[in-house]
Ligand binder design. Structure first.
Ligand code: CA
Length: 583
């Protein structure tokens, strides 16, 4: 803890000169043809919980200011808020993640309207987070049949939107569902999902006729994904205006692909398209003692550096792709750009605030509704390093990108984005010899060898537990001393030469354990690298920096795990193997 506090203080000190000098160094390449009415949105769903926890925000003049005004002054046009049906337990204690019910949306929407900002309403139709991994039905609708649930969703949408409308909120767009890749409201059958969507859209049309009705999906990188969703919507007669996509550059493929899959939907079905969620990190450091989605340790595809300039470049390139290379694109929305640390000097201090005000991603009280996920790994912000504000609430220079990309700003550095240039080069040899390295194809080429009798060993589809993409290899077992396995892959076609191998793990309740990455040549282990199992979202990468592969030798790479378990059952996730030539 002490080391971390020192690191935090150092980071704070380092930010001061950066903020002062960055103005002359920042470079923003102009986005040609940027329409006046292009949507630059910001999701700030957690803001009220943040403010209740003591967080303050400052303008570029150094004065404390309403976050909504700071954003309006920075070229943001729309505010996005998620809406959960009832994110509270029976005692009225909030589940966290901003405790985002309709009253919270109303309070944010009113402040937005005060500064001329429009609202994008994001109905999850759940009592807590809905995403590709889970679409849990609201507790109050649990025992309803389809008829009743459809009516309840219609009424809830209607009443919620009426409340916003009558409160003077400028509702510009309404999302019926959030990242509804495989479910909605507890239903997984597309006939039923689309029936629910139609009821929600009908409520939007009747209550806010000027608002755009939007459906939201993710994983644009999966071949054929968006074409299939759009076709399914058309076949089921769903009448919507905007096809929305999440696009996190470290998970969701490249910009060429994004432009192609969105343009296909726009052209085929005459829909408008939008990037409804994106973000990039300005630092690899955590500042609230709760692990982040991406950090220096995560082996994510790092398209840009984790710097203020990296944040600028990422956003500018997305805007350019949407405006100049995508059909019918109307805008982009940044996800939770103000969800910074609540400011305590320890995890314990912060945890008190997260629990009391709902300013962490989940509180312990969420366990009654979501025992398997939030109930076990509740904590703070996973995106404080992707915000537009430093840990003290002062804006980063990158917040100016929305205005500066209209005309361009600063001098182009001589070597612009070397990472990008590298990937654009020749492709004589693969950069990764592992088949299905991130388990996104269900674990093709991988084999589990169960050496005890673990209860669960399989490839799981759950984005929140994946290092990249949505899938990973999962293990869990209830009994002590029942976890021991290898997960390995025989690699074909590896030429003679020097290679490195790495693979990542996270997990918990391991008790006494042994875990390592290994390389075998002709069945003999020739190298290992230890891996740590600590807690949720704390990924550890085992790296074998170099081994020599003689021509013709059989090579097998993988991971060995053995856990005594703490009694609660050892569990873990394995993701992102990389076998790459060493020059
Ligand atoms: Ca954090």
């Amino acid at each position: 803890m002490k080391g971390k506090t020192v690191a935090l203080l150092l980071a704070l000190l380092l930010l001061l000169p950066l903020a002062a000098s960055a103005e002359t160094e920042l470079y923003v390449k102009k986005v040609d043809n940027l329409p006046e009415n292009f949507i630059f949105g910001m999701d700030i769903s957690s803001v009220i919980a943040e403010e209740n926890s003591g967080v303050k925000y400052y303008g570029f003049d150094g004065q404390e200011q309403d976050l909504l005004k700071i954003l309006a002054d920075s070229g943001i046009t729309h505010i996005r808020v998620r809406v959960w049906n009832h994110p509270y337990d029976a005692q009225g204690r909030g589940f966290g993640g901003g405790n985002c019910d309709i009253e919270t949306a109303l309070a944010i929407g009113k402040r937005a309207a005060k500064y001329g900002l429009k609202l994008i309403v994001d109905f999850h139709y759940s009592d807590f987070w809905a995403d590709p991994g889970k679409q849990m039905v609201p507790l109050a609708w649990k025992d309803m049949n389809m008829e009743e649930k459809t009516e309840a969703l219609y009424q809830f949408t209607k009443e919620s939107l009426a409340l916003l409308r009558d409160g003077g909120v400028d509702v510009a767009m309404v999302q019926v569902g959030n990242e509804t890749n495989g479910g909605l409201c507890g239903e997984t059958d597309w006939g039923k999902i689309t029936r629910l969507m139609k009821a929600g859209i009908q409520a939007v049309r009747e209550t806010c006729p000027d608002a755009l009705a939007s459906l939201h999906f993710t994983d644009p990188q999966n071949t054929g994904n968006y074409a299939w969703y759009a076709q399914t919507m058309a076949e089921n007669g769903v009448d919507y205006d905007v096809f929305a996509s999440s696009y996190y550059p470290y998970w969701h493929g490249d910009l060429d692909n994004l432009a192609a899959v969105l343009s296909q939907v726009a052209e085929t079905y005459g829909k408008r398209v939008i990037v409804m969620e994106t973000s990039w990190a300005y630092t690899g450091e955590d500042s609230d003692f709760s692990g982040n989605t991406i950090s220096d340790e995560s082996a994510v595809e790092k398209n840009y550096p984790y710097t203020v300039q990296g944040q600028v470049n990422s956003l500018r390139d997305i805007a350019d792709t949407l405006v100049n290379r995508t059909k019918n694109a109307i805008g982009m929305v940044y996800w939770e750009g103000a969800w910074i640390t609540v400011g305590g000097a320890s995890r314990e201090e912060n945890s008190t605030l997260w629990e009391k005000y709902g300013s962490g991603w989940a509180s312990s009280f969420a366990s009654v509704y979501d025992p398997n996920d939030a109930g076990q790994y509740f904590g703070g912000s996973a995106v404080d390093n992707q915000a537009f504000f430093d840990p003290s609430g002062h804006p980063l220079e990158s917040l100016k990108v929305f205005q500066l990309m209209r005309d361009g700003y600063g001098e182009a550095p001589e070597t612009e984005q070397p990472e990008e240039a590298k990937t654009a080069g020749g492709e004589e040899a693969p950069s990764n010899y592992i088949r299905d390295p991130g388990f996104e194809n269900g674990g093709e080429g991988w084999t589990f060898h169960d050496l005890r009798h673990a209860d669960q060993l399989y490839v799981e589809d759950k984005k929140n537990d994946s290092l990249t993409g949505t899938k990973h290899a999962h293990f869990w077992s209830a009994a002590q001393n029942s976890v021991e396995f290898t997960l390995e892959q025989q690699v074909d076609g590896l030429p003679e030469g020097n290679f490195s191998f790495s693979i990542s793990i996270m997990g918990g309740d391991a008790g006494e354990y042994e875990a390592y990455a290994f390389v075998k040549l002709n069945g003999e282990t020739v190298a290992t690298a230890p891996m740590k199992i600590t807690s949720w979202n704390n990924w550890d990468t085992g790296t074998i920096p170099e081994f020599f592969h003689p021509a013709g030798a059989d090579v097998t790479v993988g991971v060995y795990v053995k856990c005594q378990g703490k009694g609660a059952g050892a569990w873990g996730k394995i993701d992102d193997a990389l076998l790459t030539p060493v020059q």
